[in-house]
Design a protein around this ligand. Structure first.
Ligand code: PLP
Length: 439
């Protein structure tokens, strides 16, 4: 199916240089498996699983058929005091993938909504357990937690917040986890883990634990360039949280659903949070959906406090939309039936080895990676900060490769269905693109 756009003017695109795009549009008109096709028929390898969400590959018939059947049978049911079976089934399937202590799932429509929901759950829980004075939220430099006001308040990316001054108060920010000593370290970074995590302890010492509600981290900071946590980092955060009654929130919007070769980063790193946000690959990108999973004790405390009334005054018209639930159920079945988390684990060493060959190219200034996700920092000669990434992303597209750049970090995250040949193609195209851009 091919659409032509009659006018590009009216649609205001997100996170895009609109004027430039409309002069030189990059339109995708077809996608299948690990590939997409542009408006001129050019074939493009999807080297970032689109936005890290299309993990099973594009245009999976199992998903589109499930969505179609659901819309035919029941297109919509509100979730306020009503329900439909699909949401319960999806929540059960997600809970089966989660660490044992987490068996309750609240649905939203995006990662941003999941983060704002998690912030509210933190507040509701602290209120319910009689600790409403815990008002401070801890976040981190180079964090990305979506674009709603809660997520922007937690953001550690200056461009995402500097023209939006009205964010939440009482957010304190730990240092990010990139360290010079860990540059190009292929295995998990060894330097700095406990020291960096002790930033949380310093907030406890400065503000008092009884004012601190939660600590939000992406287990691997994804959008700012795959910052893998140094050894001991997450473990130390968990220890401090346990000692001081602080909730640990993992934002697993990118790391969830097999990206690291396990269901979640919590499994990959052996650290269980109290609350987990997820989105993206939960529906393989075929329908918008986000979710928040919580430890049983959090759900039970909030529900108990409700005294028979509505326990949590929060929800969206499209929370657990039937079509999104159908897409989610079909997606989770594909992960299981095709052993895709195991495939990611099995492919990881080869993938990382190949990514590290890019180190030989002069403009590559650092490489980081874990599981089936890696980032390369690129500095083309004479370009200012951010310009190399923008230029690379556009040029690579026309050379048949989609890689998402944030700033100057290109984030490589092939679909979990990828084979070695896809990895080879990804690295060859990236190497060729980098060399071309240098000259
Ligand atoms: N949290 C993390 C860690 C993300 O990477 C993202 C998106 O990339 C979000 C939240 C926001 O998700 P969405 O774009 O679905 O709102």
């Amino acid at each position: 199916m091919q659409y032509t756009a009659n006018s590009l003017e009216e649609h205001w695109l997100p996170f895009t240089q609109n004027k430039e795009f409309k002069e030189n549009p990059r339109l995708v008109v077809k996608s299948e498996g690990c590939y997409m096709w542009d408006q001129n028929g050019g074939k493009i390898l999807d080297g970032s699983s689109s936005l890290f969400n299309v993990a099973c590959g594009h245009a999976r018939p199992e998903i589109s058929e499930a969505v179609y059947a659901q819309l035919q049978a029941n297109d919509y049911t509100p979730h306020f005091q009503l329900g439909h079976p699909g949401s319960f089934e999806l929540a059960r399937m997600v809970a089966r993938l989660l660490p044992d202590e987490m068996n309750h799932v609240f649905f939203a429509n995006s990662g941003s909504e999941a983060i704002d929901t998690a912030l509210k759950i933190v507040m509701a829980y602290n209120n319910a357990r009689g600790e409403p004075g815990r008002i401070r939220m801890v976040s981190r430099e180079r964090a990305y937690h979506g674009v709603n006001i809660g997520g922007v308040s937690l953001s550690g990316m200056v461009k995402n917040r500097n023209v939006f001054p009205l964010t939440m108060p009482y957010v304190v920010t730990m240092r990010h986890t990139w360290l010079e000593q860990n540059r190009f370290q292929k295995d998990r970074p060894t330097h700095g883990g406990v020291d960096l995590a002790n930033d949380l302890q310093r907030f406890v010492d400065t503000y008092g634990a009884d004012t601190i509600a939660a600590c939000f981290v992406e287990p691997i900071a994804g959008s700012t360039g795959c910052l893998v946590p140094p050894e001991g980092y997450l473990e130390r955060l968990r220890e401090i949280c346990d000692e001081h009654g602080i909730l640990l929130v993992f934002d697993e919007v990118i790391t969830g659903f097999g990206r690291l070769g396990k269901p979640f980063a919590a499994h990959a790193f052996g650290v269980t949070p109290d609350i987990m946000t997820m989105a993206k690959a939960i529906t393989n990108g075929a329908q918008p959906m986000g979710a928040v999973a919580v430890r049983d004790e959090i759900y039970e405390t909030v529900v108990e406090k409700g005294n028979g009334g509505i326990e949590f005054f929060h929800g969206y018209t499209y929370s657990a939309h039937p079509a999104a639930c159908a897409a989610g159920i079909a997606t989770l079945k594909i992960y299981e039936n095709e052993g895709l988390f195991e495939n990611a684990a099995a492919l990881s060493d080869y993938f990382l080895e190949q990514v590290w060959t890019l180190k030989a190219i002069e403009v590559v200034k650092d490489i980081r990676g874990y599981g089936l996700m890696a980032a390369i920092d690129v500095e083309l000669p004479g370009r200012g900060p951010g310009a190399s990434g923008m230029e690379m992303q556009k040029k690579l597209f026309w050379d048949g490769l989609h890689v998402k750049f944030t700033g100057d970090a290109g984030i490589l995250a092939p679909p979990l269905v990828a084979q070695r040949a896809h990895i080879d193609e990804l690295i060859e195209k990236m190497a060729a693109g980098l060399k071309k851009a240098m000259n």
